[in-house]
Design a protein around this ligand. Structure first.
Ligand code: ZN
Length: 482
């Protein structure tokens, strides 16, 4: 019986990793690192024994919580090829080398003796097994493309009857293809077929257009198993609030800050949101919605990821392909060596990592300079975990005494600057996601990648539309047969 096992260590937005056991083959879906935990607690429970040999590993996208433990998964499965989209290949390499650097630094700063969990050498070795596959094209687990013409000529329907009728694919050999997931550059959903089962794993999914990334390409159902992210399950979509409207609000807010002589800090992830906001800024400068001399700053890793957006523009599913982000926008690269002497500059916009989810990131360290001045502002543009510095700031504003501790090293300080939150999500709104789930008519649904409230909302909402579907919220280590 085919089965699905949750390899994460909890029901949460953490170290994503799942095991899919098909008739004769096993695949691992993602191998993430928990962004807030450290040491082995931040890793998924990856299968190690030879008896649980995996035939392939799949990477949906190059965010840390999906890709950060890939070298560990590969050390445990040295023969398994790793499949990803071509742009993800450009992003995963710098992500993992940066991760080694971060772990080496944390080993000393936080005294975590097991760090680094993998070395630069491990990453180099792991990369030898990476295979890129274009979107929409069927492949077998050896990475060989399946010729659609040949299939169509023989069988008429290349997609649904593939496995039973194709001699090359007998013996229940699994095949897969990628679908554009709309979340960040290179992000894909993974569709698998084995025997008579069809499976879809969404990874992180966005069902609306962003400035650069176009919305996901939804494959036709029905599916036997749908593994779906639920990030936004606890947030009702606000009626009439479009992305265009949020964009206008943010730009107006930045103009106001600049007009009063202030600077703006936007704590932001180096991959995905940084490039989206840069592209938005470029358009705004051109249209006159922001002063033409607005100076954006990004971090060093942000620059590396931005280069990947530029290098893959011709073969990725993004809008504004003609836009070369680094050449046309010319962001300044933040010099970490000068951080001790940092002072916000009037009319400048600091897009610095990360989303203030943890202490001691660039944005977290310099935030105190902004908080201290009424003319400056800190604008958040993404998810803020309640337990993170960003979440503490939010609470301090809502029901605190106007004081916050962003970093224990700097102590508590009064909030004098403007602080606002703008919702530029790169995840599907929950109502869109519910429609997506219903449209795929899955027999079995595994709800993953969401906090308790988000998972609970989908669990109660789905049966109203799909009363016969089996809905699972798999616990850590739980195996589901389907
Ligand atoms: Zn992601």
């Amino acid at each position: 019986m085919p089965s699905f096992t949750n390899l994460t260590r909890g029901n949460e937005i953490g170290a994503n990793s799942y095991l899919l056991e098909l008739d004769r083959q096993r695949v691992i879906l993602d191998a993430g690192m928990h962004p807030k935990l450290t040491g082995s607690a931040a890793t998924p429970a990856l299968p190690r024994s030879a008896a649980r040999r995996a035939d392939a590993i799949f990477l949906t996208h190059a965010h840390l919580d999906h890709a950060g433990c890939l070298p560990l998964a590969q050390l445990a499965q040295p023969d398994a090829p790793v499949f990803m989209s071509p742009p993800t290949r450009h992003l995963a390499e710098p992500l993992l080398f940066n991760s080694v650097n971060v772990m080496q630094r944390q080993r000393e700063e936080l005294n975590i003796s097991e760090y680094p969990l993998f070395t630069r050498h491990d990453v180099h070795e792991a990369m030898k097994k990476w295979r890129v596959c274009p979107l929409n094209r069927w492949h077998n687990l050896g990475g060989e493309p399946i010729e659609p013409k040949e299939l169509a000529r023989r069988h008429g329907d290349a997609e649904l009857s593939l496995i039973k009728k194709t001699p090359r694919l007998r013996a229940n050999q699994a095949i897969f293809r990628f679908h554009h997931a709309g979340h960040i550059l290179g992000s894909v959903m993974i569709e698998l077929q084995a025997a008579d089962r069809r499976i879809l794993y969404t990874g992180d999914l966005c069902l609306h257009d962003q400035t650069l990334m176009m919305s996901a390409a939804v494959p036709p159902g029905p599916f036997d198993l749908l593994v779906v992210e639920t990030t936004r399950g606890a947030q009702p979509s606000e009626r009439g609030v479009t992305r265009g409207l949020v964009e206008q609000e943010l730009l107006a807010a930045i103009r106001t800050v600049f007009a009063r002589g202030g600077a703006v800090l936007i704590p932001i992830f180096a991959l995905g949101k940084t490039q989206e906001i840069l592209a938005m800024l470029h358009r705004a400068r051109r249209r006159g919605d922001l002063p033409a001399d607005t100076v954006p700053h990004i971090g060093g890793l942000g620059k590396v990821f931005t280069q990947a957006y530029d290098a893959t523009a011709d073969f990725s599913a993004r809008a504004h392909r003609e836009l070369d982000l680094l050449r046309d926008i010319r962001p300044q690269i933040f010099d970490l060596r000068k951080i001790a002497r940092f002072k916000p500059r009037r009319g400048h916009l600091y897009l610095l990592p990360s989303g203030m989810m943890t202490e001691n990131t660039t944005s977290n360290i310099i935030a105190s300079h902004f908080l201290a001045h009424a003319e400056d502002a800190i604008f958040f543009v993404g998810y803020s975990d309640p337990d993170s510095p960003a979440g503490r700031l939010r609470r301090a504003l809502a029901d605190g005494d106007g004081r916050v501790t962003l970093n224990p090293r700097h102590g508590e300080q009064p909030i004098r600057s403007e602080v606002r939150y703008f919702d530029f999500t790169s995840h599907a709104d929950r109502e869109d996601l519910l429609n997506f789930i219903v449209s795929l008519a899955p027999k079995n649904i595994a709800l993953v990648h969401g906090d308790t409230a988000a998972l609970a909302w989908f669990r109660q909402a789905i049966p109203q539309h799909l009363p016969a579907a089996n809905i699972f919220i798999p616990e850590s280590g739980q195996r589901i047969e389907f």
